[in-house]
Design a protein around this ligand. Sequence first.
Ligand code: 6BB
Length: 657
Amino acid sequence: MSASDYQEILKYYELHETIGTGGFAKVKLGRHLLTGEKVAIKIMDKFALGDDLPRVKTEIDAMKNLSHQHVCRLYHVIETSKKIFMVLEYCPGGELFDYIVSKDRLSEEEARVFFRQIVSAIAYVHSQGYAHRDLKPENLLIDEKHNLKLIDFGLCAKPKGGLDYRLNTCCGSPAYAAPELIQGKAYIGSEADIWSMGVLLYALLCGFLPFDDDNVMALYRRITRGKYTIPKWLSPSSTLLLNQLLQVDPKKRITVKHLLSHPWLMQGYSDAVQWQSKYPLGHLDEDCITELSVFHNQSRESISALISEWNYDQMSATYLLLQSKKVRGKRIHLRIPSQTAHASATQSASLGSEKAVTSEDAPDCSDVPDAFGSMEFSDAASLSEECPLEEFILNTCGTKQQSRHDTQPGGTEFTLSTPVTRKVASKKHANKENVGAESALRDELPFALPAPKASFSKSETDKQVQGTLFQAPTPKESQFTTVTPVKKPKIPTNTYELTATEVLPERRCHSVDLDLNIAHVDSSQKKRKAKLFGSLERGLDKVITMLTPGKKKRFSRHGPRKLKAHYNVTMTQLLNPDQLLSEIISVLSKKQVEYTKKGYTLKCQTKPDFGKESMKFELEVCRLSKNEAVGIRRQRLRGDAWVYKRLVEDILSSCQV
Ligand code: 6BB
């Protein structure tokens, strides 16, 4: 990176470790200097964006209009000559995908808590005229209160004539795409989102996808047939709801309006899903205005007027972050940044314009290894207790940032990935249909949702299922068993398949397309593998997964990093990290997975296969801070989440430890 690229963002934020790198974006953790609030910063290189530039514009435009308790908030947009920075709400729980995988599958109660939030977010997004079009568990992040936040609006559509206008662009991830969409028909965005919600609910309740196949054409055939298996653990009411969501005919599919008070979503709740925004943009918080007006020594009126412009500049960001602080019951107080170069720039620029600063004279601030003070990010991305340092973000050119928050050494670059969205058709067409789409002539009334209840209902967010989130693991299967890939036998009939309407709950899930001669693992093998991540997590003796808030960070340059227990960390019974590392390396070599070794981290990459993108992920041998046991941190960097899940299951289960 060059210093000039980052000069502007560093006026307002501290930059910390990278938590995701995707096709065209990098996501870093950061801290807003004035409020001290943690943020996620999506950084895009304009040149590298190329054809994806419209997608970024779409995302920014949509997020500027959306303000909802289950939609990730956009705080600030900074554009320089080379970069676009989007400052976004901080969601330390990471992706819902990883959470599902860590638990194998969710209980119906926990799935309901999440699904109500998803319905709330989607009802709101639709009410604002948008269809998301890329709903999947990778695009739902978990915040610090364990609530979901919808991200990635890059493929969303806002038809000019309203959501009942048909769209033509086929986009999103194939496994979540509605049948009408993959058939290339003109489709209604909201109906396509409902289908994806069906796939999502299935993934929550089952831990695998309803329609899955390594071969995209076979996958499309499964989707268009709309047949999926009903695992025996699904309750009749869950099965019924899935059937209503996963209707091949979009006109027979349940609508958001009906979902809000659907019996399945109401079980254990007295109120329908609350979909209206708790934080409408039109309403300004008095306390936040007061704090800003005192800080800037300006009248409340002029501050209110500045905020109401919603320029997504420092003023918007400061207001929104103060508001978020207040909502979380924290004291809202703006601090004067300490007198570092960037801090004084922050103050002088805090009310100024958001002009791009790209000083070409500035020395190059490439990431330089050093002991840079990292703030405590106790979350999915920053699990470190002891961090040998790998990459550092400089605050001012040539000056290592000394955090003002009693920070500890750390700041390791985690290079995780922003999920790469695979598009069924050309990515260039994102949102073409926003202009002049043909009316769907639906017989339904335009989007009409029930009015908010007068009484204060128990909120979506405070209704958590207690005791189910961090349960003590129970032994299930022996870990690290060798799984040899088995070619799928050709079976002549499709007797194992069930349609959504032919519900046989006692049937075990077999997601095989039996009349297609496609070689892949057989169903029992698949089943075993599909369970493996979960069982790897659950074995009491060998594996412990839980989220524990880490406190002290100690620093050591020797041996593997010490990490907090987390659901992305699999613990083993081994005590020798080097033995585990060499075992993983030998498995990677056998499986022809390329890797580069950096300390105890293996940056892995699969060879690009014909028609398939290569998969990137990290496996890191670490020590669990609690008991010195050796563990493996795994993190997807790029590629399909479910393919990644299977591959890593396969690698870990092949380790002879
Ligand atoms: C975002 C985020 C917001 O992240 C790699 C891609 C917000 C991410 C986050 C986190 C873990 C720990 C701490 C913070 C808007 N768009 C994208 C975002 C994309 C990454 C998600 C994780 N996988 N907070 N965090 F994810």
